[in-house]
Write a protein that binds this ligand. Sequence first.
Ligand SMILES: [Fe+2]
Ligand SMILES: [Fe+2]
Length: 246
Amino acid sequence: MNDFHRAEIADQELADAMDKLVIVKSAIYTSGERDPRQPPPRQDTAGRLHLMGHDPRLAKMPDKPTLFDFFRLRFGPAIHMLQSARLALNNGCDEKVILACLLHDCSAAGFIRADHGYWAAQLIAPYVDEEVAFAVRYHQVLRFYPDETFGYKYPDSYIRLFGPDYKPEPYLDRAYEHCRNHRWYRTARLLTVNDLYSFDPNVHVELEEFTDIVGRNFRQPPEGLGFDDSPSAHMWRTINWPTRYL
Ligand SMILES: [Fe+2]
Ligand SMILES: [Fe+2]
């Protein structure tokens, strides 16, 4: 059997699986494209079961998924986070900052973009030092506020993305004040300093470069992320199986 045949069979198997299943999207995935006050579009469900596990359109995760499995199979191309972690490493930052850089945009990459610092901090909190989760939570906020003592300016990219008149919401001003006066401000600020504005497609970084730092600083649960009953296990499960009916 050649590669073309194998691909054809895989396509057919996927089509067969899809025929047997009803796969719906959570409200948040379509809100904005669709008015959430209206009922969701009706699907023909006759003779089909609602999906309650792995989505056949996605790469299957191992039964006990590790952080790196999520990076490889669910966090899109994670090159921005990898380059940020490499930069922190080259800048001589300590391992907490390097780990924070490696993880900081995991929500935007694989889960939810709005308030991504907060979501990411919640995802990782059970497994990392509190200071790492703090830095990840506030990096999103600090990006809006310059600090010349760290050489951090308001990003030009934000002027392009949000326009010159954009002003952070009052909740961001409050969060900034809180972070600014916190003993871990420096850690969060170092994350923004190493959070590259644009990634260089020519700089290749392997996940394995961070195996030891992750091993020392991320408490990988033996049951696998999503199956360890931690306060964020349900969030990891949702990333693993995003289209389950319940
Ligand atoms: Fe970010
Ligand atoms: Fe980032």
